[in-house]
Design a protein around this ligand. Structure first.
Ligand SMILES: *Cc1c(COP(=O)(O)O)cnc(C)c1O
Length: 391
């Protein structure tokens, strides 16, 4: 069934890929295989494909295969969090390696690269603006092993040209990694542009209901790399539970539907905010005023559910807006069915050194919205009363 399913369109693969009705019972859903060990017919390697829960679990296999079918990968490797996926990937590097990373990056990646790997593995990271690819080749050194990008970035929603990054990576024999958390495979598939590894915090859009923490690495047609990264999954052991794999597999069935609504709602609210007299600046890749709107149209099939803006009046007004919304909950994270509001400078991106934070524009007046799937008019009215009350 799997091979047939993989020829279907995205929304169909999201419902079916990696999954067969249970052979023993006919259950239409892949069961939660809550088992740490698997019985063997005779001593030796597992004769039925499974040995021990860290090494493999059938619920996890179904979930991984479904994600591969959606990202266009040959192999997906599930982890207990997005950061565990990143840390496991970095563990394939020799100590003393150099990495080039987008400076506008998820705050936790800054923390992992700088506060942990810089001393535990002598990892040196050059943070540059990959949205201006001219700078990339100049930053490459003989010991550069990874080019690490996020697109759209968190929280500035800058874009990185995937084809260009992949081309430069291939030319210099450097692994390219793209954190595809913000777009999800429903809107953007970096492997199709020649990127080597896709990373997800599945906590966000893929799981989509703010009820679990998870991560994933997806590899294209590169069996040696898949083998190397797959080894880290059981050798390091940062694996998700069977139950979380089940929940995420269930969420994938509605990914396409949810992203459609996230994008539609975000598009309406971004335009409305851009026209609002109390708002100074709005960033959303779907707005024609976004400096990379043309690139967004080229490499994404929708513009995502994240909108950032700066109100007139600076940080005090931004703070006040966050306190006055009722539907938009004041909370970190993103990508769930419910709408959230936050101040990245004080919350999600606090771990980035101030000097970089200000250079990349994550100042204390920047408000980030994660637009949920509620009715857009209710969301608009909630923002309207919060902005009016704060001004
Ligand atoms: C949340 C997030 C991460 C980290 O993932 P966790 O699941 O929280 O460990 C990585 N990248 C991006 C873009 C994120 O939003």
């Amino acid at each position: 069934m799997t091979e047939r399913v993989n020829q279907h369109r995205f929304a169909t693969r999201a419902v079916h890929a990696g999954q067969e009705p249970d052979a023993a019972t006919g259950a239409i859903n892949t069961p939660v295989f809550a088992s740490s060990t698997f019985v063997m017919d005779e001593p030796g390697p597992g004769t039925r494909g499974y040995v021990y829960g860290r090494v493999g679990n059938p619920t996890r296999t179904a979930y991984e295969e479904c994600v591969s079918a959606l990202e266009g990968g040959t192999r997906s490797i599930a982890f207990a969090s997005g950061l565990a996926a990143a840390a496991s990937l970095l563990d394939t590097l020799e100590a003393g390696s150099h990495m080039i990373a987008m400076e506008d990056l998820y705050g936790g990646m800054h923390r992992l690269f700088r506060d942990i790997r810089a001393h535990s593995a002598n990892l040196e990271t050059s943070f540059i603006d990959l949205s201006a690819p001219g700078a990339l080749e100049a930053a490459i050194r003989p010991e550069t092993r990874i080019i690490w990008a996020e697109t759209p970035t968190n929280p500035q929603l800058k874009l990185v040209d995937l084809a260009e990054i992949a081309r430069i990576g291939k030319k210099h024999g450097i692994l390219t990694v793209v954190d595809n958390t913000f777009a999800s495979p429903a809107l953007q598939r970096p492997l199709e542009y020649g990127i080597d590894v896709v990373l997800h915090s599945t906590t966000k859009y893929i799981a989509g209901h703010s009820d679990l923490i998870g991560g994933m690495l997806v590899i294209g047609d590169n069996p040696a790399l898949a083998e190397k990264l797959g080894f880290t999954q059981y050798a390091l052991g940062a694996v998700p539970s069977a139950f979380d794999c089940y929940l995420t597999l269930r969420s994938l069935k509605t990914l396409d539907l949810r992203m459609e609504r996230h994008c539609a709602n975000a598009g309406v609210l971004a335009e409305w905010l851009a026209a609002h007299p109390a708002i100074e600046q709005v960033s959303y890749p779907g707005l024609p005023t976004h400096p990379q709107h043309e690139l967004a149209k080229r490499q994404m099939s929708g513009f995502g559910g994240i909108v950032t803006f700066r109100p007139r009046g600076g940080p005090p007004v931004a703070r006040e807006i966050c306190k006055r919304t009722h539907l938009f909950a004041l909370a970190v994270s993103l990508g769930g069915v419910e709408s959230l509001i936050e101040l990245p400078g004080l919350m999600t991106h606090k771990s980035i050194p101030d000097e970089i934070r200000h250079r990349i524009g994550v100042t204390d007046d920047l408000v980030r919205l994660s637009i949920g799937v509620e009715h857009v008019e209710d969301l608009r009215m909630d923002l309207a009363q919060a902005i009016d009350g704060a001004g």
